[in-house]
Design a protein around this ligand. Structure first.
Ligand SMILES: Nc1ncnc2c1ncn2[C@@H]1O[C@H](COP(=O)(O)OP(=O)(O)OP(=O)(O)O)[C@@H](O)[C@H]1O
Ligand SMILES: [Mg+2]
Length: 298
């Protein structure tokens, strides 16, 4: 499948480079083509509702005819945990640790960060299966967290390879009618599905700015992705300073040019889009749509 045809588009990149802005702008391009689109942010400190000038709320919020936005939060992770296999896993734990169910779910979903990440990927996978949206645009947290998110299903698999040896000695309560290894296999299947989902159905776009540290992080991300069999299909270089007669800005342009050329050279086989620095704040649907037009003007 051509990467642009994939229904889920994920935006990643270093903190503050313009992921949310580019995700929002891309979504408006899809809605203009008549596709029902959701922008979902999995950043724990999201700015999606701020940029669209709506109130933050639980679940999808309609922004325009074909466009919804949603900020995925810890409560959503908790709810999913409950629905998917909360009680099964609780049974395993409560057979050797005395803990009430609510504290257990709190512990698992917030104290064990890996679980939160696994569930975030799984949430988007489930959402894509419902076919409610033609397109899902996925706005992520800054790179470190996102890479954990992408590599988590694999790590869970590795853990589960040795899990039978650890868990098989644990006796379940009488209420359980499922062998523990079956339950563990269920977790393994889930993370396997999530890995496949990331590999096959998600189009990854990296956003960067033409500065030393950002380019370094782009390279690190590229290798991290590659190590897990994932590839990004496009790079957006954001905040490019338009030509100016001012000495200050000419110097800055000169500096940016060096990094723009470096990115083109390193990623010559990839589509690279350049987005100029705007003199006005990119907020509200109209401005976001304009940015979408600039992004996809070629
Ligand atoms: N091309 C641009 N021109 C002008 N301002 C921009 C541009 N791109 C982004 N911005 C502004 O820069 C700030 C950071 O952008 P944005 O929130 O999209 O970045 P982010 O990568 O999502 O940040 P975070 O890592 O905090 O989630 C915002 O105030 C946004 O309006
Ligand atoms: Mg953001």
């Amino acid at each position: 499948m051509n990467s642009a045809e994939k229904r889920i588009t994920m935006f990643g990149g270093k903190g503050g480079v313009g992921k949310t802005t580019c995700a929002a702008a891309t979504a408006t391009k899809f809605t203009r083509a008549g596709q029902k689109t959701l922008v979902i942010s999995t950043d724990p400190t999201p700015s999606l509702s701020d940029i669209f000038e709506t109130k933050p709320s639980r679940g999808p919020t309609q922004v325009s005819n074909n466009l919804d936005i949603m900020e995925f939060q810890t409560d959503d992770i908790k709810e999913m945990w409950n629905r998917k296999f909360g009680h099964e896993v609780y049974e395993v734990f409560s057979s050797f640790v005395s803990i009430d169910y609510d504290s257990f779910v709190d512990f698992i979903t917030s104290t064990l960060p890996a679980m939160g990440e696994e569930f975030t990927v799984d949430y988007i996978r489930e959402l894509s299966l419902t076919k409610v949206y033609d397109r899902i645009v996925w706005d992520t947290a800054p790179l470190g967290q996102t890479i954990k998110l992408l590599t988590m299903p694999n790590m869970l698999q590795e853990h589960l390879n040795i899990a039978p040896r650890i868990y098989s000695k644990i006796k379940l309560g009488r209420e359980s009618n499922r062998p523990i290894l079956d339950i563990i296999k269920g977790w393994g299947d889930l993370s396997g599905e999530d890995v496949n989902f990331l590999r096959n159905e998600v189009n990854f776009i990296m956003v960067t700015i033409p500065e030393s540290l950002a380019v370094q992080q782009l390279d690190d991300a590229f290798f991290d992705f590659e190590r897990h069999g994932l590839k990004f299909s496009q790079i957006i270089i954001n905040n490019i300073i338009p030509a100016s007669t001012s000495v200050f800005f000419s110097q800055k342009t000169h500096l940016q040019q060096k990094y723009i050329e470096l990115i083109h050279k390193k990623y010559s086989d990839m589509e690279i889009i350049e987005l100029p620095l705007s003199s006005i704040e990119i907020k509200g649907l109209a401005r976001i749509e304009e940015t979408g037009e600039i992004l996809f003007s070629r």
